[in-house]
Design a protein around this ligand. Structure first.
Ligand code: SAH
Length: 351
């Protein structure tokens, strides 16, 4: 018992949990807020740096918690300012998180699982299957780690839950993280700055809607018809596009947030004008937007980047049907920043 308590990461605790813990130490609630200010705002790396926290309370923190539960196993910096961390968790598993810089934006991409069970045929994250869900603390810690890469005048401005794993398959651990990102006194980012990317699990989308959350939802569609989507996103066989679109429409009704549909463009597979037309008809009249992502080549996989000409033709066909389209910019190509790639390399090559 004492061993696991000793190793508990403090980021596993909500504000309420920390207030209660402080009370158990005979301390007032404001001490919890002080501790959290040092964790989130002032980026300390040790409980001892929390100067206005009484020494006795700091000693108790040391005894019962760790500030971080992971070690930085690799840190890569791209020429475009993108940075990537590979974190080694207490049990030796590894996860990735990425910092992307774009003008005044500082966007962090976080992972929710070790591996992924969805099996998308073009995605590096699912190649090794799923090992386990991440805990709340393990997800939150990615943000704390990335926050400490920033210079004093930089702040995290956006969070995308688009790293390794299927976020909606780990909602119980993820929801408290989103709450903390949102919460004043923690990261304090508005819901509109937080995006959850999902393969499309209708029941879970409804669960999120029922909670009244107003996070942005991005749905990884990748195909406008079920036979093609079944091939690319195997989990679709049990779901179906119509059920996803219905749940997404309901999410829009509830949240007022325009749904974003992600579409990885695989050269010669899902990038023809006919398929673009089908996609356009499917989404026409829906309050949505398509984010086209040219395939990031993964050595182990047969799919290829469609190239500029095919990408532009696809986008043009969609726009002619009145669909709002953006093309995702590549970030950190020189550091394997696309999701799952660095972890895959390390697990494969043992380097
Ligand atoms: N499981 C969630 C979130 C993680 S994947 C989801 O499916 O949305 C984040 C996004 O990256 C998804 O849209 C996914 O389809 C895309 N992606 C995965 N592998 C890719 C690759 N090799 N090239 C481009 N995008 C990829």
């Amino acid at each position: 018992m004492s061993v696991s308590v000793t190793q508990r990461p403090i980021s596993d605790l909500s504000r309420d949990d920390l207030v209660q813990w402080c009370a158990e130490q005979g301390q007032a609630a404001f001490r919890a807020d002080q501790i959290r200010r040092w964790m989130f705002g002032k980026r300390v790396n040790d409980f001892d740096e929390m100067h206005d926290v009484p020494a006795q309370l700091r000693a108790a923190l040391h005894e019962q918690f760790t500030l971080f539960a992971s070690e930085i196993s690799a840190h890569q910096v791209s020429t475009d300012g993108t940075e990537k961390l590979l974190l080694e968790l207490l049990d030796g598993n590894k996860v990735e998180c990425v910092l992307m810089r774009e003008s005044t934006r500082r966007t962090v991409c976080i992972s929710t699982q070790v591996g992924c069970a969805m099996g998308c045929v073009f995605c590096a994250s699912g190649l090794l299957g799923i090992t386990r869900n991440l805990s709340t603390g393990e997800i939150l810690e990615q943000l704390l780690r990335v926050d400490r890469l920033l210079s004093p005048d930089e702040r995290i401005t956006n969070v995308v839950v688009m790293g390794i794993g299927e976020p909606l398959a780990n909602l119980p651990a993820l929801l408290p993280v989103l709450h903390t990102i949102n919460e004043k006194g923690a990261l304090g980012l508005g819901a509109r700055r937080i995006t959850i990317s999902t393969v499309g699990l209708p029941d879970k989308i409804r669960e999120l809607a029922a909670l009244g959350t107003r996070y942005n939802l991005a749905i990884s569609l990748h195909a406008p018809n079920d036979p093609l989507r079944n091939e690319l996103v195997p989990v679709n066989k049990n779901v179906g596009i119509q059920a996803i679109l219905q749940a997404a429409d309901e999410y829009f009704e509830q949240s007022g947030r325009r749904i974003s549909y992600e579409y990885v463009l695989l050269g010669g597979v899902n990038d023809t004008p006919e398929i673009a037309k089908q996609l356009g008809h499917l989404l026409r009249g829906r309050n949505s937007h398509v984010n086209v992502i040219p395939m990031n080549t993964v050595a182990e996989m047969p799919f290829k980047d469609p190239g500029r000409v095919r990408t532009e033709r696809f986008v043009k066909t969609l726009r002619e049907l009145g669909i709002i389209v953006t093309i995702r910019k590549r970030k950190g190509e020189d550091i394997d920043a696309a999701c799952g790639q660095l972890r895959l390399k390390r697990e494969d090559g043992g380097s």
